[in-house]
Design a protein around this ligand. Structure first.
Ligand code: SAH
Length: 454
């Protein structure tokens, strides 16, 4: 592995945390973002590189420790980059996330808003129902390994006991790696384009004994595939379905277009807020089932649904929010989502739960809403839950034209949430914001925002 070049070593104190959860150190008029440094930490910092006017660095040696610094559970949390906060007291993480949301509203949305205290977990470990790991060879080209990409690189950091993932998922990928070694099924190598296995994904159900294993390969045909499936059935009987996903592209996107069920149903079921959901390999499903229930309960609480409400669920995935809303007595729910498999799941889920006042449409949310506004469609309550990049100005303008009296905006990115809310404020008041910690030990936070028409 190439050693990293140190530009300079300085002495400083961490004063704050950045949006990505890095320690902020000031040195004259320079700002340095330091991985793994927390407010109150003092000591020597190696400056490594400069990007967009900001310096990035790492801890060289600490002389004084933050009062919130604790011993992390995971041995590789500083190198793997998945959990920037494991060495940071959980209550401090929650306080950071509330402050982060308020800061984004102030900086990006130009709004002074006080968010509620972040709702956190009682036991913030092993919460992730999805284990997703890249496979590769170790640096000596001897052993097949899996783990995490080291932050900002494609170097795989070996991690066999992730502290935030479901223990069942951890065990499955470990055994799968042994099988690849035994059968000599080689991992894909980016440099040469050779090899077969890119990633493995394990999705575990919280409420049912169902586990889906997705093997992302470069080609439909990889050697000893049938034998591999036999071994999985034999040694991992808890896996109820195996899907092969084929991704032959030179890309950072994990899943390819094509799927092939190798055995089982090709999906798992889970339950959220009393509704049963089918989840396919390509469909989005929140990764923290305990906090997702709290998230959706809060969303329903904010929505305050009545029997006259015509509801719209934009960016609906497998139908979670809209279907729960339909069971809360809404008159009718229409959902829109652009991944075909997720829409098929949503339609199936409505039927399986005997929910008749629901329809799901496969379309781009913006295109659908712009059409709906032109046609004069009526909506009383809008749920929107876009991906990290947020929604679009056209979508927001169409919403304003349709003028639902309440909007419940669920967001996994406070920055785009604040940007989008700022576009609503001529017609809507931001009533309240609840941060929910779906991603303990990372810098990410989910938010529910209620907007009401002026
Ligand atoms: N509300 C769902 C999914 C939220 S994630 C849940 O709670 O599980 C965001 C979803 O938006 C994903 O399912 C993604 O596929 C979908 N999406 C992304 N861009 C979209 C677009 N332009 N139009 C419609 N759906 C989109």
């Amino acid at each position: 592995m190439a050693s990293i070049h140190v530009l300079e070593t300085i002495t400083g104190e961490c004063l704050d945390l950045s949006f990505e959860g890095k320690g902020v150190v000031r040195d004259g008029d320079r700002t340095i973002f330091v991985t793994g440094m927390f407010p109150g930490d003092k000591g020597e910092v190696d400056i490594l590189y400069k990007r967009n006017g900001v310096f990035f660095g790492r801890i060289h040696k600490l002389s004084e420790l933050s009062p919130d610094r604790i011993k992390p559970v995971c041995k590789v949390c500083t190198s793997c980059g998945g959990c920037c906060f494991q060495a940071y007291r959980y209550s401090a993480q929650l306080a950071f996330k509330k402050k982060l949301v308020e800061e984004q509203f102030r900086k990006v949305g130009h709004m002074q808003i006080e968010a509620f205290e972040t709702l956190g977990m009682n036991n913030p470990f092993n919460y992730r129902n999805k284990v997703q790991v890249p496979f590769g060879m170790d640096q000596w080209h001897q052993n097949i390994i899996y783990g995490f990409y080291k932050e900002g690189t494609h170097i795989i950091v070996k991690n066999e006991d992730c502290a935030i993932e479901d223990v069942r998922g951890n065990k499955i990928v470990k055994e799968l790696c042994n099988m690849f070694t035994e059968l000599q099924i080689m991992p894909y190598e980016e440099k040469t384009g050779e090899g077969y296995i890119r990633h493995a994904l394990v999705r575990t159900s919280k409420h049912f004994n169902e586990i889906m294993l997705v093997i992302v390969s470069t080609k439909v045909y990889f050697p000893r595939k049938d034998r591999l499936v036999e071994l999985i059935k034999e040694r991992l009987p808890e896996v109820t379905t195996v899907v092969e996903n084929i991704n032959g592209e030179k890309t950072n996107i994990i899943l390819g277009e094509k799927d092939k069920i190798l055995f089982g149903k090709g999906y798992i079921n889970d339950t959220l807020c009393g509704v049963k959901f089918r989840i396919s390999a390509k469909s989005f499903y929140q990764t923290n089932p305990i906090m997702t229930e709290i998230l959706y309960k809060t969303a329903m609480d904010y929505a305050n649904i009545t029997e006259n409400d015509v509801v719209f669920d934009a960016y609906s995935g497998i139908g979670t929010i809209g279907l729960i809303a339909a069971t809360k007595g809404a008159k009718h729910v229409t959902a829109v989502e652009n991944v075909k498999e997720a829409v098929e799941d949503a339609i199936y889920n409505a039927k399986a739960n005997n929910i008749a006042n629901y329809e799901a449409v496969c379309d781009d949310a913006t295109e659908y809403l712009v059409k709906a506004a032109k046609e004069g469609k009526k909506i009383d309550l809008l749920f929107m839950d876009p991906p990290r990049k947020g929604s679009t100005t056209e979508f927001i303008n169409a919403v304003k034209e349709i003028a639902p009296n309440r909007i419940v905006y669920v967001s996994c990115n406070p920055s785009t949430l604040a940007r989008d809310c700022a576009q609503f404020v001529d017609k809507y008041n931001v009533i309240k914001i609840q941060p929910v910690d779906l991603f303990p030990h990372t810098s990410h936070v989910e938010c529910i925002t209620l907007l009401c028409r002026k």
